[in-house]
Write a protein that binds this ligand. Structure first.
Ligand code: ADP
Ligand code: ADP
Ligand code: ZN
Length: 215
């Protein structure tokens, strides 16, 4: 199962990826998580990525493609993978296709979660996540039992710096410009599945599960 999850910031990719991971035995590869991890560790990659992430821009393709290729070469990806937040540009999609072709694989499903922009802004501005285990909550739609504390591990819940201020608007613009063309890209390949993400989490997941089970 080689699957990619697409959708604008706030569409619910991370939330759905957690459910997919619990139901299908494939690793979840999120480029956003990989970059945030590098930033928090203060590595060279993190220092480079932070410049772009803070302003809501994409990290350059060469950097991003490199870390994904390295990750896909690891053993646990032999049985398949769930890519979340990659590809985000046509260049990245082409590089992914080339890298997979070299090992006799291809993208089997591109799942695009679509949500109206006003709902995206509401979701992004209320998103909080655990500093420790990275679990994602929402102040209104999915609040923790105790304010500021992770239900799963007791860790501290914080807001992402790029979920505030100008970076939110910029990310939505960048998505419309640079990532939307991928819908046509995968439609042409015959692998596109569009899912209405403006429903409750389990309804969205039921449709994604059907797609995954059909592979
Ligand atoms: P969201 O969950 O809001 O869609 P992500 O966590 O996927 O956001 O990404 C956060 C930031 O990390 C992006 O704004 C961008 O700067 C960087 N990033 C993540 N994935 C990519 C990618 N495939 N290409 C370039 N930059 C990326
Ligand atoms: P993405 O990874 O696409 O940026 P997330 O999965 O982090 O999106 O979700 C963004 C925010 O919206 C989070 O606060 C999450 O709890 C909330 N959320 C996710 N799915 C839904 C849904 N179906 N209904 C309401 N809120 C949701
Ligand atoms: Zn936690």
């Amino acid at each position: 199962m080689n699957v990619i999850l697409m959708g604008p910031p706030g569409a619910g990719k991370g939330t759905q990826a957690d459910l997919i991971k619990a139901n299908f035995p494939i690793p979840h590869i999120s480029t956003g998580d990989m970059f945030r991890d590098a930033v928090s560790k203060g590595t060279d990659l993190g220092k480079e990525a932070k410049k772009y992430m803070d302003s809501g821009q994409l990290v350059p393709d060469e950097v991003t493609i490199g870390i994904v290729e390295e990750r896909l070469a690891q053993d646990d990806c032999k049985k398949g993978f769930l890519l979340d937040g990659f590809p985000r540009t046509v260049k990245q999609a082409e590089a992914l296709d080339r890298a997979l072709a070299q090992i006799g694989k291809k993208v089997e499903a591109a799942i695009d979660i679509y949500v109206p922009e006003d709902v995206l802004v509401e979701r992004i501005s209320g998103r909080i996540s655990c500093k420790n285990c990275k679990a994602v909550y929402h102040l209104t739609f999915n609040p923790p039992a105790k304010a500021g504390v992770c239900d799963k591990c007791g860790g501290e819940l914080v807001q992402r710096s790029d979920d505030q201020g100008e970076a939110v608007k910029k990310r939505l613009e960048v998505y419309a410009e640079q990532t939307n063309p991928l819908i046509e890209y995968y439609e042409k390949q015959g692998t596109l599945h569009r899912i209405d993400g403006n429903r409750n989490t389990m309804e969205v997941f039921a449709d994604i599960k059907k797609v995954m089970e059909s592979l």
